[in-house]
Ligand binder design. Structure first.
Ligand code: ADP
Ligand code: MG
Length: 259
């Protein structure tokens, strides 16, 4: 049995929303008493329809959002109430790749500057080595040194996601939350990005929480799957077991929809 890298216990996040000034407040249980762990070296898939609480779960792990209840442990350290100053150091180890690069890649920055940014923030290499390191990272994700001077709009969607991945691996993390990293891409490009994530995982000894609404994608890349429905994990297990012998009605529907 391999060691646990991430452990999430009874995690909850509720949002209070008011649709209009006249409507009453309603509580959305975006994440509702969620417990799971991710073993070192594995890819755990988090699947569910839109609005089931997947991204909120990812954001709670990264502490981009504060939770209402529960605890998050990373490498046996309780990071639930960790102060922001210490969390900034932890973010070197816990990275995220988002679905949309337009929110994360500043259009006014060049690709070189974008990949340099995390290296500088986390002081990964000396200033003397920075340029060489940017080249190395670009080549690792299948881009060229000559792409450094380009701007995000000069790249294709797949290439932009490669930049997002280069930024995530720049800090030499142990764990990456991949939140629908291929959902905005053409199907023909999706496979290339999934294969890149798979090969980087091997090369860099990474562990992934892979969020997707697409069972085909999850089936391709994940060792285990957690099925999320209305803020709860309704089923978790090895990919083959979940796909071949789904127990929960909702999982059965997801699989039927895929066939
Ligand atoms: P998923 O990633 O599975 O599509 P999300 O985690 O984004 O789902 O959202 C889960 C639920 O929480 C949805 O009903 C969504 O509308 C709601 N939600 C997410 N973020 C917020 C927010 N900041 N304020 C209010 N409601 C939110
Ligand atoms: Mg989402």
């Amino acid at each position: 049995m391999s060691a646990t890298l991430l452990k999430v216990e009874n995690l909850s996040k509720h949002f209070i929303v008011k649709k209009s000034v006249f409507s009453p407040k309603t509580i959305i249980k975006a994440v509702d008493d969620v417990t799971f762990d991710v073993k070192k070296g594995e890819t755990l898939g988090l699947i569910g329809e839109s609005g089931s609480g997947k991204s909120t779960t990812g954001n709670l792990i990264l502490k981009l959002l504060n939770n209402d209840n529960g605890r998050v442990f990373f490498d046996d350290i309780d990071i639930t109430d960790i102060e922001e100053r210490k969390m900034r150091v932890m973010r070197k180890d816990i990275q995220i790749v988002f679905q949309h690069t337009h929110g994360t890649l500043d259009p006014k920055m060049t690709i070189g500057e974008l990949v340099l940014e995390p290296l500088k923030i986390h002081n990964i290499v000396s200033s003397y080595e920075q340029d060489k390191e940017v080249t190395r990272l670009l080549e690792m994700v299948g881009l060229l040194a000559s792409d450094k001077d380009k701007f995000p709009h000069q790249l294709s969607g797949g290439q932009r996601q490669r930049v997002g991945i280069a930024r995530a691996i720049a800090t030499r993390p142990k764990f990456i939350v991949c939140d629908e990293p291929v959902s905005a891409l053409d199907v023909s490009v999706q496979g290339q990005i999934l294969n890149l994530l798979l090969s980087l995982k091997k090369e860099l000894d990474l562990t992934y929480l892979f969020i997707s609404h697409d069972l085909k994608v999850i089936k391709y890349i994940c060792d285990r799957i957690a099925v999320m429905y209305r803020g709860k994990i309704v089923e978790i297990g090895k990919t083959n077991e979940i796909v071949n012998l789904p127990k929960h009605e909702y999982t059965k529907k997801l699989i039927d929809a895929m066939i």
